[in-house]
Design a protein around this ligand. Sequence first.
Ligand SMILES: Cc1cc2nc3c(=O)[nH]c(=O)nc-3n(C[C@H](O)[C@H](O)[C@H](O)COP(=O)(O)OP(=O)(O)OC[C@H]3O[C@@H](n4cnc5c(N)ncnc54)[C@H](O)[C@@H]3O)c2cc1C
Length: 455
Amino acid sequence: MVTLTLDKLREQVRGEVIAPENEGYEQARKVHNAMIDRRPIVVVRPANAGDVIAAVNFAREGHLDLAMRGGGHSVPGLGTCDGVVIDMSSMRGVRVNPEKRTARAEGGATWGDFNAATHAFGLATTGGIISTTGVGGLTLGGGIGYLARGCGLSCDNLVSADVVTADGKFVVASEKANNDLFWAIRGGGGNFGVVTSFEFRVHPVKDIYGGPIFYELKYAKDLLQFYREFIATAPEQMGGFPAFQIAPPLPFIPEKRHGDTFALFVACWAGPVEEGERALKPLHDVAPVFAEHVGAMPYPALNSAFDGLYPPGLQHYWKANFVKELTDDAISAHLEHGAKVPALTSTMHIYPINGAVHRVASDATAFAYRDANFATVIAGMWPDPTHNTANTKWVRDYYDATAPHSEEGGYINFMAEDDQSRIKANYKGNYKRLVEVKKKYDPDNLFHVNQNIKP
Ligand SMILES: Cc1cc2nc3c(=O)[nH]c(=O)nc-3n(C[C@H](O)[C@H](O)[C@H](O)COP(=O)(O)OP(=O)(O)OC[C@H]3O[C@@H](n4cnc5c(N)ncnc54)[C@H](O)[C@@H]3O)c2cc1C
């Protein structure tokens, strides 16, 4: 029966339709987090929006679970399911309009695809800190990265989006058209439809001055205390974040210290490159620098500098919180748990989300926490599944210690599968309106494989 219907789907789809018996299925069912093990009935790799419509109709009419996948990075594995998967990685084109200062990315583009295309014109917009993350999931959940203080969140730069809704219709969402949908997709995640194309505002950013700066762990307190003051008033071209990090085997770190834990600051000065050294001076003055790899580089070079640290196939478990004030008590909790980071690929980052992010009203888009100054992520990533218990415990213990010093909500894109109960808190005053938009565009909750807003 399913075979018969799949044949019909194949007739309608120009792209790939991959069922369990087809070559490439094992690869097609994988997502970034190796803990996720789903067996989709079918993975559709669309060639165009028409294919997406066919796949949405197929799932809806067959009463099948439906997941959308952009870059596949969702930590709880929300880019896959045991039903129908629309894997947008077959649609990754990016077209830049340098005159209008906009760039249009297809729904499966990664930030690497996007940055390569816009960099050629000396332009960029806020994307994630590594290049393999999908534009799709990251933007729809908000989008935090190096350029956020100066350019806003990724979703703040969205000009319009082409969306296939649950009824299989194709609509354009912008300030002018389907404004309610446009409001909801800027932070509301993949709850409202499949985005086949994102149109972004882009900004003049070509080369940046920055990179990783390692400090001995004993200076972590100085670094965090300095950071909370510094980032409150630093020029908005200053991006970057403090972290706890085990030293990877990189050539600029003395070999005998590979594997030791350090306090880290990854800096990104996106103002004039010749001002970079001066802009980063406070970071050099706060404590003796143990090792660094700082200088002028193309923005895409920084954006892909850590890709190798996070290859597909690691086990992932993350927790997140928004933070208004990085109090002394919060810093004490970070010092205790950050120092115990258990794996080279695990880390904790405190991203700044002030500056341009604060200039957007809390109810202007679905992303509600415009009054938070930081988004914290405790990112457990480790290669060996036999170490799951210890690594998951590190994330949970760290989270339990910092949560009392944080806001109730956290950034949905950093949240785990056990965070569904925090969704309302994440959207604060915007939740009610999100439910109304969900009722209008997806009353039967076809798009439920996500941090779900129930209609
Ligand atoms: C290594 C790593 C680094 C990260 N760094 C950052 C960072 O710097 N900043 C940041 O903000 N986040 C970051 N994240 C979190 C990231 O934003 C989320 O994991 C996000 O969901 C990834 O998007 P994706 O398209 O790659 O994921 P996917 O797993 O493909 O998709 C996740 C969800 O997004 C939705 N979705 C994706 N594409 C579409 C589409 N075209 N149309 C409709 N819905 C869609 C779907 O609901 C899907 O369930 C990082 C994650 C990882 C694993």
